[in-house]
Write a protein that binds this ligand. Sequence first.
Ligand code: AMP
Ligand code: MN
Ligand code: MN
Ligand code: MN
Length: 290
Amino acid sequence: MLNIDLHCHSTYSDGALTPAELAARASERGVKTWALTDHDELDGLAEARHAAELHGMTFIDGVEISVSWRKHTLHIVGLKIDPTYPPLVAGLQQVRSGRGARAQKMADELAKVGIRGVLEGAYRFTTNPNMIGRTHFARHLVESGQCKDVKSVFNRYLAQGKPGYVPHQWAALPDAIGWIKGSGGIAVLAHPGRYMVGRQSMGSKTMRELLAEFVELGGGALEVVTGSHTPEQYAEFARYAQEFGLSCSCGSDFHGPKESYRDMGRLPDLPLGCRPVWADWETSSVLKAA
Ligand code: AMP
Ligand code: MN
Ligand code: MN
Ligand code: MN
């Protein structure tokens, strides 16, 4: 089994561990090829690469870009990106820039339902205040005893339709894919089973429209195996990948101990018939490490 984990978060976005701590954890759990994919942020990559090399892992530069598409927020992972590519750097700077005002609005909305003082509390959970996000609010509400865990904060307050949810305009899909591809990377549609309309996933008609557009724009892969997919969803999205000629990726989407569906390096193999996203990479390094 190839132990490859191509999706996780550090303290540079909304993960609980530093890049060096993640590298140690991945290596302990047998990961051989590892990508750090912080939300809208590249600054953790140098530290992650250095730590990965100390542990003898192959490191892949990654990012997870927040995108608004129709009424959905999508996440597009970029793998093998060049973190110095100016349009990518500038584009992400622009995406991050709205987070402060959004956080203020979230705090205002939460105050209306009687939850006060959350903005300061949430900022205390950031290491990189430019990347303030819903997870930091959730951690604060758990720590202050207002909810039992991060999941229940989302269900009660932060998911779409809940009192603290503030709609936000993220990057446009063509821009996000363009920055990734322009930097030499591969665009991956992250956790496709998580794009919900209310309590239902987006539906096959919309999913097919999205995938057609994604392919047309140069998207390269679908994240088939991810911490939040069920085994049925692995099979479902493996079929979509085949139908649309996309490669397949896998990653834990690890955010921190006790907060994640799956730990790093604890993912099943891709379903049979999937073309792995790493198939065209310098096989020497990925397969040698594996
Ligand atoms: P943001 O970019 O600030 O909207 O935050 C998005 C992040 O919130 C995701 O990357 C997840 O880490 C987290 N998140 C979203 N929905 C949930 C949920 N239902 N349960 C736990 N965490 C979630
Ligand atoms: Mn996250
Ligand atoms: Mn995501
Ligand atoms: Mn993620």
